[in-house]
Design a protein around this ligand. Structure first.
Ligand code: PMP
Length: 434
């Protein structure tokens, strides 16, 4: 047995599935990390891989970013969490509020799930209404309401005129399902019709502008504008989930749109490698968490929220992710997407690549998907994807199980060339199966 297999045998005895996080699982067994630096992760067997997973989009500068590590090292000596404020929380909040036009006030939490949940609770408290609307198939973390229909399948997703409310976890209370309205992505006419049916009870419309699970296809500006107008006209809030997409521009994916959300949920990269979430937006809405003028409408706490380790790492990482760094990373990502397209062409495989900013996703489909239903991976495509992902993993690339990848600033064109070579081999293998 290899060292990784031995660890996994121990892991299965003490954790369901052998882990705390299904993301690490691989067949026949996961591998375990020895160390990581920049864009290279080395496992305990000594195999090196170029990291296009970046802890599912959370590492913008790759691993062990020197400036972040130094700053955190100094803070570690002074303590890790107190029941007393820290100035670093305030200076990081100041930095973030300056970064994006829709950010007037901000609060930090510990995960993207918590950020989305807090946005929803803030919206309910502000509007005094119970329901949220979300796009079919979009992932927003584990909160009961936010996860509805994230894993809908052809046999249960229902009619497109009224997509079904499909629970993810067994035992999700019917009450939670009843308070979620599912709309189709980039389909303005149908979405508005569905929203109108619930217009007196919707607190917020929740939207990811470049949704990973829907295929990393950008939200159409006219769709976003229509949701903005609908929310304003119906006293509902518009929430953007930028947990992943904040990396797209200096001021998030929203920087590419002529629309301001009322609230934005963030997470992942803004923690500089440490657990984080944040919600930011209009001051009058954020003030539902303000306890200074009587009981807050949405009382908001969190033992590790804004802990100084996360604040130090996040502030440092975001300072380094300045305008120039964003431009360079997005150019490198354009190069990666073109190289993938080239590999698809050379191999003759039936596939395509989507993406924007520093994200890409490979689909084993002739045509780029346009919504969750067309992005859905059928059983043949699942087989092609598994063959491709196994190939690139064995040859030295880490990617996300959906066929997606994200770049980090630690990468250069040399890693993109290596990526292209390895992927070409994977495309050829899939071509032989098609
Ligand atoms: N929203 C989006 C768009 C996400 O991709 C994720 C995580 N993949 C979340 C929310 C939840 O974040 P976390 O895993 O930090 O709870």
């Amino acid at each position: 047995m290899s060292p990784s297999e031995q660890i996994y045998e121990r892991a299965k005895r003490v954790m369901p599935g052998g882990c705390s996080r299904n993301t690490i699982l691989r067949k026949p067994h996961p591998v375990y990390v020895k160390h990581a630096k920049g864009c290279i992760v080395t496992d305990i067997e000594g195999k090196e891989r170029i990291d296009f997973a970046n802890n599912v989009a959370s590492l913008i500068h790759g691993h062990a970013h020197p400036a972040t590590i130094n700053a955190v090292g100094e803070q570690l000596q002074r303590g890790t969490a107190y029941t007393v404020g820290t100035e670093i929380e305030v200076s990081y909040a100041e930095q973030m509020v300056k970064r994006c036009a829709s950010f007037e006030k901000i609060r930090f939490v510990n995960s993207g799930t918590e950020a989305v949940m807090s946005c929803i609770k803030a919206a309910r408290a502000y509007t005094n209404k119970p329901k949220i609307a979300k796009v079919e198939g979009s992932y927003h973390g584990l909160y009961d309401y936010a996860e509805v229909s994230q894993t809908a399948k052809p046999n249960n997703w229902g009619d497109i005129e009224h997509p079904a409310r499909v629970p993810v976890s067994q035992g999700t209370p019917q009450g939670a399902l009843d308070d979620v309205v599912i709309i189709p992505f980039n389909d303005t006419v149908r979405a508005i019709k569905i929203l109108d049916e619930h217009k007196d009870s919707i607190a917020a419309v929740l939207l990811d502008l470049l949704p990973h699970r829907i295929g990393v296809i950008p939200a159409d500006p006219s769709f976003v504008k229509a949701l903005r107008n609908w929310a304003t006209e119906n006293q509902a809030l518009l929430i953007f989930d930028e947990v992943i997409t904040f990396r797209t521009n200096y001021d998030g994916a929203q920087g590419s749109y002529d629309v301001k959300p009322d609230l934005t949920a963030m997470g992942k990269m803004i923690g500089g490698g440490f657990p984080v979430g944040a919600l930011s937006g209009r001051a009058d809405i954020m003030d539902v968490m303000n306890p200074l003028n009587g009981p807050a409408r949405f009382p908001h706490y969190g033992t590790f929220s804004a802990n100084p380790i996360t604040m130090t790492a996040g502030k440092t990482a975001m300072e380094w992710f300045n305008q120039q760094a964003v431009i360079r990373l997005n150019k490198l990502s354009d190069l990666a997407r073109s190289a993938i397209e080239e590999g698809i062409k050379i191999s003759g495989v039936s596939a395509c690549v989507t993406g924007a900013g520093s994200m890409f996703r490979i689909h084993f489909k002739e045509l780029a998907p346009t919504n969750y239903r067309s992005a859905f991976i059928n059983s043949d495509e699942q087989r092609y994807l598994a063959t491709f992902l196994d190939h690139v993993f064995d040859e030295g690339l880490l990617m996300i199980e959906t066929g997606s990848g994200l770049l980090s600033t630690a990468m250069t064109s040399a890693e993109i060339d290596q990526m292209a070579d390895i992927m070409l081999g994977g495309f050829r293998k899939v071509k032989a199966l098609q």
